[in-house]
Ligand binder design. Structure first.
Ligand SMILES: Cc1cc2nc3c(=O)[nH]c(=O)nc-3n(C[C@H](O)[C@H](O)[C@H](O)COP(=O)(O)O)c2cc1C
Length: 208
């Protein structure tokens, strides 16, 4: 039995969101194929994710010095630790995002900041950082209104590239990207683009 952790970053209802629609179909097929697996779904817009602020930095500093954290520091650092542990305990990851202003929604960045933890998910060496999250696989399900799949627009793409780079940094190298794009440039073809992306999502789910 595997544990699949699905982290979504979208405040919209599913039927209004292309990435959530793709994710729903992906998970439906995945569940059918893997009925014994545990699937954990988190939408960062329904979670309280502490930002890395003065309390968190102070709390981390105190932990290193083996000093007592105050109540607020303990609360925030404790919540961050819980997200880190949940991430580490999963075998497979599904990240679901829209492109917002060339990048990811800010709450997804807040979530990602909880899983990049020196000593738990990566460590430093003289040769550079080494990821500690090994033997896992991931898929990034993503929707964007324009086209970013070739020059010069590919240079402006900081969403899929960032997720892939960060997961790689942590040691996850088996990463798929499922992208629905261009529907706001070509609204007449929006439904066809979505259906084609959903078909790709269902196909990947059968073997993920
Ligand atoms: C705040 C905001 C910023 C956006 N920025 C971009 C952008 O930089 N590039 C782009 O191609 N589309 C952009 N879009 C369009 C979305 O990427 C597009 O609607 C996509 O389908 C959103 O995913 P969803 O359907 O899963 O919500 C933006 C939409 C919003 C609401």
């Amino acid at each position: 039995m595997s544990v699949l952790l699905c982290v979504k970053a979208n405040p919209k209802p599913v039927k209004e969101s292309k990435s959530l629609t793709m994710a729903e179909e992906f998970l439906r097929v995945y569940r059918e194929k893997n009925p014994l697996d545990r699937i954990i779904e988190r939408n960062v817009y329904e979670e309280t994710i502490p930002l890395v602020d003065a309390d968190v930095l102070k709390g981390w500093d105190k932990l290193q010095r083996q000093e007592e954290l105050n109540y607020v520091e303990k609360e925030k650092v404790g919540k961050i630790n819980a997200f880190t542990e949940e991430f580490l305990a999963a075998d497979k990851y599904v990240f679901v995002t829209p492109m917002w202003n060339l990048s990811l929604p800010p709450l997804m960045k807040a979530y990602l900041d909880t899983i990049v933890v020196a000593g738990k998910t990566f460590y430093y060496t003289e040769q550079g950082p080494v990821g500690m999250v090994k033997g896992k696989k991931a898929v990034h399900i993503h929707a964007r209104g324009g086209f970013y799949n070739q020059p010069p627009m590919d240079q402006l793409e900081f969403a899929d590239r960032y997720i892939r780079a960060l997961l790689n940094f942590l040691g996850v190298t088996d990463i798929h990207s499922l992208i629905c794009e261009g529907h706001e440039y070509l609204p007449d073809r929006a439904e066809a683009f979505l259906q084609e992306a959903v078909a790709r999502a269902k196909e990947l789910a059968t073997e993920f």
